[in-house]
Design a protein around this ligand. Structure first.
Ligand SMILES: Nc1ncnc2c1ncn2[C@@H]1O[C@H](COP(=O)(O)OP(=O)(O)OP(=O)(O)O)[C@@H](O)[C@H]1O
Ligand SMILES: [Mg+2]
Ligand SMILES: [Zn+2]
Length: 158
């Protein structure tokens, strides 16, 4: 490893226990924090690395001390950062690594962007989308009105 690479890797200090969310689509780290309720409902120490140079272009990284993520949180992260990996850190080492899982359907997680969609009416209807992969990004198709969300999914999370 070159000295240069060493310096880059030392930018953020190692954590003893917690979670590293790696390979986050560049620009999505703040949406990841929002999904995790940071800082408002979490007191964990968090480091955020924006625009870090990864093997496949730029990425963001979020490191959270002393916290493991809930399935529901990981499912939401998958929608805005489909290439993310969740690394569980125990005693300074990666003890578990998982890729986020991209679901075929999402229910009750995203709000349809069509104001006239029945899922946005007063009816007790849970939003539902069909998920497809479009290159680097995901495409969500509303099961009720057919409207497609392909940009800024993070902005439409319920
Ligand atoms: N103790 C630690 N504290 C903080 N970050 C850590 C710690 N251990 C590993 N990491 C970070 O967690 C991520 C995954 O670590 P790992 O050693 O598996 O790297 P990797 O082999 O490059 O993984 P990948 O192939 O998923 O990119 C990296 O971003 C690494 O910098
Ligand atoms: Mg790596
Ligand atoms: Zn709709």
């Amino acid at each position: 490893m070159s000295d240069d690479k060493d310096k880059k890797e030392l930018r953020v200090r190692r954590i003893e226990n917690g979670t590293v969310i790696d390979h986050i689509t560049s620009g999505q780290a703040l949406n990841v924090l929002k999904i995790l309720g940071i800082p408002s409902s979490s007191h964990s120490v968090v480091s955020v690395l924006l625009n870090s140079q990864g093997k496949y272009g730029n990425k963001d990284v979020v490191k959270i001390e002393n916290r493991e993520l809930k399935v529901r949180e990981v499912d939401r992260i998958a929608l805005i950062a489909p290439n993310a990996t969740i690394n569980i850190i125990r005693n300074y080492n990666v003890s578990q690594k998982k890729k986020v899982h991209i679901p075929e359907f999402v229910g009750g997680i995203v709000k349809c962007i069509n104001p006239n969609c029945i899922s946005n009416s007063n009816e007790p209807i849970t939003s539902k989308f069909n998920v497809s992969v479009d290159g680097e990004n995901l495409k969500l198709r509303c099961a009720y009105c057919g409207r497609i969300i392909s940009e800024d999914i993070g902005k439409h999370l319920l």
